[in-house]
Design a protein around this ligand. Sequence first.
Ligand code: UDP
Ligand code: MG
Length: 315
Amino acid sequence: MSTALSRQLSVVIPVYNEALNLPVLFARLYPVLDALGRSYEVIFTNDGSADNSFALLTAQHAARPDVTRVINFNANYGQHMAIMAAFERVRGDVIITLDADLQNPPEEIPNLLEQIAAGHDYVGGYRLNRQDSLFRTYASKLINFVREKTTSIQMTDQGCMLRAYSRAVIDAIVRSGAINTFIPALAYSFSSNPGEVGVKHEERHAGVSNYSFYSLIRLNFDLITGFSLAPLQYFTMFAGLCAGGSLLLVLILAYRRIFLGAEAEGVFTLFGIVFFLLSVCMVGIGLIGEYIGRTYQVVRARQRYFVSQILETKE
Ligand code: UDP
Ligand code: MG
């Protein structure tokens, strides 16, 4: 859906209940972009905010109509869908993603562009001094580790959304039509020369994170199961080992029954083993469910989000 007229740069920002942050974001972002001396556009996706974020975006569009576009969702579809909707409409040769809460300083944009100019088609930022809760920081380290072991995606900091992409990578992402997706990983899989650059990280300017514990778990399931079948394969191997162990146990018990006669000892040990094997089965069923759920969503092919309105200057 991209239009004929192109820009040198598109900046994509998902917005969910960020009314307290938007004025400061506008005040810091636009001067940085104006100073670049390139043609640019900023695309905000309002992801069903319940506060007056959309009113603020509308006012910003009125103030800078030449460089501001606003996509308005009818409901909340999540950060990665909000970014995807903007990707489908970008006009820039280079695309930058950024959070609206000022955790990613807009002043870092020129550093990303430098890496693109150096020949990378995808540049991931990694947070140099992460300003998040200890729990978030360590949970993220753990997921980085799991991702490294289960997928072929190599990156220092998957959670940092301050990233730059060439248009070719964005077009590939859009064509993939991915549903439950994790954009940094998807971009990596389409990139031929990925680079990384350290970026500053600030505390959220105002408000609290929009990610609950539950949505963080969902997001990370998207990352691992969306890019790898390793969990299923590891599970099968583990289940195989358990089956071997159980068979051995059955043989030992049969031997004792035949040669030593009936015995009641060890009943609770047996219960323990049975419960353990049952829980292994349940984890397996849950895991298969995750993959089937995703397959179902793809097969159902329902539209991924609904845009109720777009504010942009027709060209
Ligand atoms: N966001 C969004 N939809 C959501 C949740 C978040 O568009 O359902 C946006 C949010 O406005 C912000 C970015 O995604 O621009 C990152 O969200 P947040 O700061 O809450 O996440 P965290 O920094 O805690 O990972
Ligand atoms: Mg944040």
